[in-house]
Design a protein around this ligand. Structure first.
Ligand SMILES: [Zn+2]
Length: 174
């Protein structure tokens, strides 16, 4: 989880209730009860159905919504999945690798460059594909600076199994 990020981010349901993401049902229920008490708009003269909800009411409603989802193990699991994939999308930008970081596998007529994904599969690109982009890779898996004329400074590689992506940076050193 990225803490202290300056980018505006919606609170997670766990943050709404101030519980950790591995909290038990009982912990979540206790947190919901105290959050509901703290945010309950019963002092206000308006009802929840009134046209413009106040900040207090909105907070109360988001506490209710968080509880509705997290109280059921099924909807909680669905929500956890969503949360995870939204974080993976952020990580696309963060993870950068270089050709030298990759594992080389020689095939009959080309080389395949692999980089392990956290799911157990690999990000991969072949030397032919790199060649098409003007990048020549030597047998020991380094970019040949003399023979290469990269069309772009980086390539985004997708994982073979999951939705994760990584950015392969072509020419970082020179
Ligand atoms: Zn993967």
């Amino acid at each position: 989880m990225v803490l202290g990020s300056k980018i505006f981010r919606q609170k997670t349901l766990y943050e709404v209730l101030s519980v950790s993401e591995d909290a038990s049902y009982d912990e979540i229920r206790a947190a919901y009860k105290s959050a509901a008490l703290n945010t309950h708009p019963d002092k206000a003269h308006t009802t929840l159905e009134s046209s413009v909800p106040s900040n207090e009411q909105q907070e109360f409603l988001s506490v209710q919504k968080a509880w509705e989802i997290l109280r059921s193990s099924k909807s909680r699991a669905d929500y956890d999945k969503q949360l995870q994939s939204s974080r993976q999308n952020i990580e696309i930008i963060a993870s950068e690798i270089e050709v030298g970081d990759m594992i080389i596998e020689s095939t009959a007529d080309s080389m395949e460059l692999l980089y392990p994904c956290r799911c157990g599969d690999y990000f991969s690109i072949t030397s032919c594909e790199l060649g098409d982009m003007g990048i020549l890779v030597t047998d020991d898996g380094e970019v040949d600076p003399q023979a290469s004329n990269p069309a772009s400074a980086s390539v985004v590689l997708g994982c073979g199994s999951c939705s994760l992506k990584t950015r392969l940076v072509i020419d970082k050193t020179s």
